[in-house]
Design a protein around this ligand. Structure first.
Ligand SMILES: [Zn+2]
Length: 76
């Protein structure tokens, strides 16, 4: 059985400065919830929401803290 798993579409209407690079190529756990509005999925204890791409990332993907905002490695 074939099924398309890559149905992510960039929300370029939300963030014009979104880097359309590896962000959508990376295998993220949020595929099933991709396309939903921001802040719908609360991050788990070992996760954070990137303030740039608004994806919920694992803490291992944390690039830096910009004030109170977390920025993933893809966005710094
Ligand atoms: Zn990011």
């Amino acid at each position: 059985m074939k099924k398309s798993q890559k149905t992510i579409k960039p929300n370029s209407n939300l963030t014009d400065d979104l880097p359309l690079s590896a962000e959508y190529l990376a295998p993220v756990d949020e595929i099933s919830t991709a396309g939903v509005d921001i802040d719908v999925v609360p991050p788990q204890e070992d996760e954070f929401t990137c303030s740039q791409c608004f994806l919920v990332r694992h803490k291992s993907q944390l690039g830096k803290m910009d004030g109170k905002l977390s920025v993933c490695k893809d966005c710094i």
